[in-house]
Design a binder for this molecule. Sequence first.
Ligand code: MIC
Length: 660
Amino acid sequence: MVAQQKAGGTVAHRLIEEHLVTGHMVPGEEIGLRIDQTLTQDATGTLVMQELEALGLDRVRTEVSVQYVDHNILQADERNAEDHVFLRSAARRFGLWYSKPGNGVSHPTHMQHFGVPGRSLAGSDSHTCAAGSLGMLAIGVGGLEVALAIAGQPLYVRMPQIWGIRLTGALPDWVSAKDVILELLRRHGVKGGVGRALEYHGPGLDRLTAMDRHVIANMGAELGATTSVFPADDAVRSFLRAEDRERDFRELTAEPDARYDLEEEIDLSALQPLIAKPTSPGNVVPVREVAGEPVEQAVIGSSANPGLRDFMVPAAMVRGRQTAPGVSFDVNPTSREILQDLTRAGATFHLVAAGARLHQAGCLGCIGMGQAPTSGRNSLRTFPRNFPGRSGTEDDAVWLCSPETATASALTGTITDPRDWAADCDVPYPAVELPERATVNAAMLEPPLPPDEAGGIQLVRGPNISALPDLDPLPDTIDAPVLIKAGDDVSTDEISPAGAKALPYRSNVPKLAEFTLTRLDADYPHRAAELRDHGGHVIVAGENWGQGSSREHAAITLRHLGLRAVLAQSYARIHWQNLANFGVLPAEFDDAGDRDRIERGDRLRIEGLHRALAPDGPSTLTVHNTTRDETYGLHHHLSPRQREAILAGGIIPALARSAA
Ligand code: MIC
C-alpha cells in the first residue's frame, strides 16, 4: 500500500463534498453530512421509531426513508409479528415507506427500488455501505443517528482516509466477487479498514456488475471501513435500466487527476477461491488449504451474496445432481424480485430438485434466525460474518465463502475448491446471462401516507415493546469495579447476541439485557444489575471493541445494566459512536500494557470527568486502580458534540436539555 498526499477528486471526495454541512474534509476530523435517504430494518428499527417519537418528529425530512422488515421474520410466537405491526404503524405515522416481511433484505431491495447514484444514505445496519455499489455515499450507523437523519439533522462521522483500490485483470472462472473482498480481508484483517473509505477503480471494474460490486461493498463493513464506494458508470446504468429506473442514473466518476490517501492494487486474474475459517471474517485462507474437511451445511444467499447470478451459478452447478448425503443445502433468497427472476429462469426448479431447502426472502440464518447448525460441525455460508455463536449455535463452526465454493462443497460433502470439483466432473463454468429487465414488483412496498392522513395514525405497541430507558447524567467521578476484562476484536454479536432466542426482544431492552455479554460471562447481567444503583461498573477491553454490527442495543443494554465507561485499546467505529450516544464514556489507554495490569474485580476510580469532557477540556484522564494502588493514563477523542451527549447521559437527554 502506498501513501499519497493531497488526496482529492475521487468519487468519495465528490460525494462527501456535495453533502458536507459542517467540518473540514481532513481525515480524522468530525464532519456533518446531509442525508438524502435512510433505511432501517426491523431488528434496529423498533428503537428508531421510538426515538422518532422521543424527538417529537411529525414527518420525515429526508427525500426517501424506508422501513424494511427482513431480520426477525420467523414467527415462532407473537413477538416478531407484533413488531411488524408496530413498524408499519410507525411508517404510516411518520411518512416512511414500509417494506413488508418477505419482500427482501434491505440492502439489495433498497438498491433495486430506491438507490440513486450521487445520493447519501444512512442506515441502521452496518452493511448499508453495500449501496456504495451504485455510487452512493452509504454509511451504516446506530439507530439514533438514523433517527436524527430522518429528522433532518446531519450525520456526523469522522472524515475517512480515501483508500483507492485499483482493480486490474478479470476474474478467472470459478472465482467471483466474494473472493475479491475475502482477498482484502486476507491482506488486511478485520481492522484494516478502520478510519477509511474504500474506493474501487481501474479497468478490472469493467466486468463487475452492480450486484457483484454490492457483494464487495457489503463486506467493507467486515474490514471496519466507514464506507465503500464504486463509480456510477455503465454497469450502474444497466442495473437501473433492468430495474426500469434508468431515469435515476447520473454518471459519477473520479476526476482524471484524482488522488487517494492510500493506494492498493488487486489483479483479479490472480485471485483464487478463498474462505474465512471460524470464527472471524478475517481468518481467510485459500479453499485448497482446507479442502477435504467434512461439511454438514452449506447456505447460499443473504445480503452478502444477493445477486441473481449468485443463485443462478449454483443452480447450474447442481442441475441434475444431488447434494451429498448428510449435507443441508439451504437457499436464503435475498429479495422477492430475485426469487421471481430465479423462478422465471427455471433455476428454482434445479435447486429444489437437487435437495435445496428454500427459505423466504430475508436475513434469517445470517443472524441465527433459523438454520442454526449442529455444534462444532462445519457450516459454509455466503454470509458476511462468522463471529462465535452468531449462527444461533454456541460452539458453531461457520466458514464464509463464495456461492461457487459453498455449492461445490454441498455436492461433495467436504470443503471443495470449485475448480477441482469442475475438473473432476468436467463441468464448464456456467455462463449466466442477466435478463435485460428484472421482474420489477413493488407491490410489497407501501408508500408513505399523505401528511393529512399520517397525522391521525396511532402507533400500535404490543406488550413486548418497552419504553426507551431513562438515562441519568454522567457523575464527575466513577468509582466502580471492572466486571468484564475482554480481549481483542470482541464483536457486538458477543455483546448483544443475535439468534432466535434473543432477537425477539430487540424492542424490549430490559429483557434483551439478560443476554448481554453472556458469551463472555454467563453471570454478567446478574452481577451488573446488582451494582446498577450502587455506582455501576466498568469494562476493560483490548483492540477493536464492538466490531461488527450497528446494533445500538449493544450500547443500550450495557448502559441499562449500569455500565458507565469502557477502557479499551481501540474501538470499532459504530459501536464507539453508539456508546457515546447512550452516555457511556469510551476511553482509551495511553499505554496498551496497562490493560494487562488490570484484573476483573479490580476497583477503578476516575475523577474529573466533567472537566475532561468539557468542550475545551483536556481529553485526558487518570484512572486509579484502588485494588492495586496503580495509576494509568487514559485519553478520548470525542468531539464537543459527543462530550455534551455523554455528560447529559446520552443524546436524547442532551437534546431535551437544550430544548428546555
Ligand atoms: C448484522 O449483520 O450483524 C446485522 C444483524 O444486520 C446488524 C444489525 C442488527 O444487529 O440488527 C448490522 O449489521 O448492523
